[in-house]
Design a protein around this ligand. Sequence first.
Ligand code: AMP
Length: 116
Amino acid sequence: MNQKTCVFCRILRREVPAKLVYENDQVLAFEDVNPVAPVHVLIIPKEHIGSINEISPLHDGLMGQMVTVAKEIARKQNIHETGFRLVINNGVDVGQSVFHLHMHVMGGRAMAWPPG
Ligand code: AMP
């Protein structure tokens, strides 16, 4: 997957429409097109990073920021007290389907643990 065809890079370039939720110089957040919870937002880095396998200590600030942005989204969507789940799927075994790093912010309903 290169940056030309990567669907999340295309959303970043506004070539593919998305319902944007938040943006700053490092990350973009938008609603998942196929939500599995009443709140289901994806946070992506603007840098094309394929997965967690590609991050290094240089990305520590970025990863921290993704969590901080997730917390803020949860607060704005009013799920911060009822509960929300942050998920980063890494690799095909656990269901990663888009190979541009992304964090799922999901909430608004009860969820089981452990995940399937
Ligand atoms: P994962 O399975 O962890 O790789 O998650 C990829 C997520 O991206 C899935 O939940 C998809 O529904 C979502 N997705 C794929 N294409 C789009 C798109 N064009 N706009 C918004 N979400 C998308």
